[in-house]
Design a protein around this ligand. Structure first.
Ligand SMILES: [Zn+2]
Length: 69
């Protein structure tokens, strides 16, 4: 679970405003520290929990349809 902002390295107190981006090899990820994130929108490189859940549901569906063939 992601709890630290990748822009400033701060701890994300309210994940609701978090922005999720595809991981970038160009932009360095900030080193996590214990202070709170002060960004307007915390930034996390990676899939959002919602997208992750949808991917898992799709994966289950694919396994089911594959076993039917
Ligand atoms: Zn931040």
């Amino acid at each position: 679970m992601h709890t630290h902002c990748h822009r400033c390295g701060g701890f994300i107190a309210s994940p609701g405003g978090t922005t999720y981006r595809e991981p970038s090899g160009v932009t360095p990820v900030a080193i996590p520290h214990s202070a709170l994130c002060l960004c307007d929108h915390a930034l996390i490189y990676g899939s959002s929990p919602k997208a992750e859940r949808e991917r898992q549901l799709r994966g289950v569906h694919q396994i089911r349809s594959a076993s039917r063939n």
